[in-house]
Design a binder for this molecule. Structure first.
Ligand SMILES: C[S@@+](CC[C@H](N)C(=O)[O-])C[C@H]1O[C@@H](n2cnc3c(N)ncnc32)[C@H](O)[C@@H]1O
Length: 255
C-alpha cells in the first residue's frame, strides 16, 4: 500500500513538473519581446563578441532560440543549448525554419562532461537564467564550468534581474524590454525565501511557477571574480556602469 502511494505521489509530481515545463515553453513564445531584443540586445551582444574576436558561441540557456538565430544570421557559429525539453522542442521548430544551428540539451552542471575545455570563444547565459540554481555550491560549479569551456581571452555574457526595491521584493516584475509584459503578471512570491517566480498569463489563465534564488548584482559579480574571471564589466539595462533603477544587470566577464 505504502509503495503504491509513493508510486502515485512520485508519478503525480513528475507529471506536474512536466506540465509546468510545457506551460513555460508555451508562455515563453509570447513573453519574449523579439522586436526589442533585435533592436537592443543583439547589437549589444554582437559588439561585445566582435570586440573580443569571438566566432564560436555557446548560448547556454537558449530559450526560444532568438539570440541563437540572430547571431547565426550575422555569421557567428552558434550552439544553442536548452535544457527544458519542451522549450527545446519549440526552439528546434523556430530554428529549423530559419537557420542551421546545432542544438544540445545539457544541464549546465554537466557541461564539463560534454564540452572540451577552452572550446568556445564566448558563452551566453542571459534572461536571468542563473536564478534557477538555488544552491550556492551549484552556482559556483556551473559558473566554473562556463569558465573552463572558454578559451583564454574568451567572454561570458551573463545577467541578473533586480527582484528587489528598497530591500523588499517588488510588487510585480515588469518593465524590461526583454519581455512583452502587457498580458502577463510576473511575481516573486515570499518575502524571505524560499522564493518562487510566477509567470501568469492574464489572457489564458495559465501559470508557470518555479523556485528561484534571487541572486543580486553584487553576489553575481563576486561569484564571477571568485571563479577566476580577470575583468568583469557591469552594465545596467545595457548601459555601462551601475544604475540603481535598472531592471536587468548584464556582465561581460573576460577569462
Ligand atoms: C528564464 S529562461 C531564459 C531563456 C532565454 N535565455 C531568454 O532570455 O529568454 C531560463 C533558462 O535557464 C535554463 N536552465 C535552468 N536551469 C538549468 C540547468 N541546470 N541547466 C541548463 N539550463 C538551465 C532553462 O532551461 C531556460 O532556458
Amino acid at each position: 500500500m505504502i509503495i503504491f502511494y509513493c508510486f502515485l505521489k512520485s508519478w503525480f509530481f513528475i507529471n506536474s513538473d512536466a506540465e509546468n515545463l510545457k506551460v513555460m515553453a508555451e508562455l515563453w513564445l509570447r513573453y519574449v519581446n523579439f522586436e526589442e531584443r533585435e533592436k537592443r540586445l543583439i547589437p549589444f551582444i554582437e559588439e561585445v563578441l566582435r570586440e573580443h574576436e569571438c566566432r564560436k558561441v555557446l548560448d547556454a540557456a537558449a530559450g526560444i532560440g532568438f539570440e541563437a538565430y540572430a547571431l547565426s544570421m550575422d555569421g557567428f557559429e552558434v550552439i544553442a543549448n536548452e535544457y527544458n525539453p519542451e522549450l527545446r522542442k519549440v526552439m528546434r521548430e523556430f530554428l529549423r525554419k530559419r537557420v542551421n544551428v546545432e542544438i544540445t540539451g545539457f544541464n549546465w552542471k554537466d557541461f564539463d562532461k560534454h564540452f572540451d575545455k577552452e572550446s568556445f570563444d564566448a558563452v551566453l547565459c542571459l534572461g536571468n537564467s542563473l536564478t534557477y540554481l538555488i544552491n550556492e555550491d551549484e552556482r559556483k560549479k556551473v559558473v566554473s564550468n562556463f569558465y573552463n569551456i572558454l578559451r583564454d581571452g574568451g567572454v561570458l555574457l551573463i545577467d541578473t534581474r533586480e527582484y528587489f526595491s528598497n530591500g523588499l521584493p517588488k510588487e510585480k516584475l515588469m518593465g524590461s524590454f526583454y519581455y512583452n509584459d502587457e498580458d502577463f503578471s510576473v511575481l516573486l512570491k515570499s518575502k524571505k525565501g524560499p522564493y518562487r517566480y510566477v509567470l501568469y498569463d492574464e489572457i489564458t489563465g495559465k501559470k508557470y511557477e518555479e523556485e528561484v534564488y534571487p541572486i543580486t548584482r553584487e553576489e553575481l559579480k563576486k561569484l564571477l571574480e571568485e571563479v577566476g574571471f580577470s575583468i568583469v564589466i557591469e552594465y545596467s539595462d545595457l548601459e555601462e556602469g551601475v544604475r540603481k533603477d535598472a531592471v536587468f544587470y548584464q556582465f561581460v566577464a573576460m577569462k
